[in-house]
Design a protein around this ligand. Structure first.
Ligand code: FES
Length: 182
């Protein structure tokens, strides 16, 4: 199978899995393709659930409902089972506490283009560490490992929207708009 054919197949499978969740977000967000590739690598076996959730958390920073639904459909498991596993293990976080979420990609492509500087700057300016939420409850700062958007590194996700070619100033400017909205 050529790489173009493989990519087309992965895309088709991602869309199929997405079909009863939220097609628009799922098919336009490359992180779901990364997640689907992980499930495919495990031959969509149900006992790969924890590893798949790991990948999901690394890609998304946390496990929102849409992601859990995508995994449930991909592995043909009841959502209740996927949700149960995700809530049982402390290493998985279902939702950041903040009103807004900023996820910095720390994958290799983004890291070499300075995502570590973005993260350090943000931690300093917000006075929190990655994984924490500001005292005013406005911003949760998370990290992920490869959002599937390496071509636009460094990539950052603001409230679910992926933004590319970011630097410290861009990210701070966006985060400040959230804080000034209070
Ligand atoms: S390493 Fe950041 S998007 Fe791939």
């Amino acid at each position: 199978m050529t790489s173009a054919t493989t990519e087309a197949t992965t895309e088709a499978t991602t869309e199929k899995i997405a079909s009863s969740t939220s097609p628009k977000t799922v098919t336009s967000d490359k992180r779901f393709k990364v997640l689907n590739a992980t499930m495919k690598r495990h031959h969509y076996q149900q006992d790969a659930l924890i590893e798949v959730l790991h990948q999901a958390q690394e890609s998304f920073g946390f496990l929102e409902l849409e992601v859990l639904e995508f995994v449930a459909r991909g592995l043909k498991l009841p959502l209740s089972r996927v949700y149960g596993v995700a809530t049982f293990y402390h290493l998985f976080s279902l939702k950041p506490n903040g009103k807004h979420t900023c996820v910095i990609c720390m994958g290799t492509a983004c890291y070499v283009k300075g995502s570590d500087k973005i993260l350090t700057e943000l931690e300093q300016k917000l006075g929190i560490k990655v994984g924490q939420t500001t005292a005013d409850g406005e911003v949760s700062l998370m990290s992920a490992r490869c959002l599937g958007a390496c071509g636009i590194a460094p990539a950052v996700v603001f409230d679910g929207e992926v933004a590319g070619k970011q630097d410290e100033n861009d990210v701070l400017a966006t985060v400040k708009t959230w804080q000034s909205l209070t």
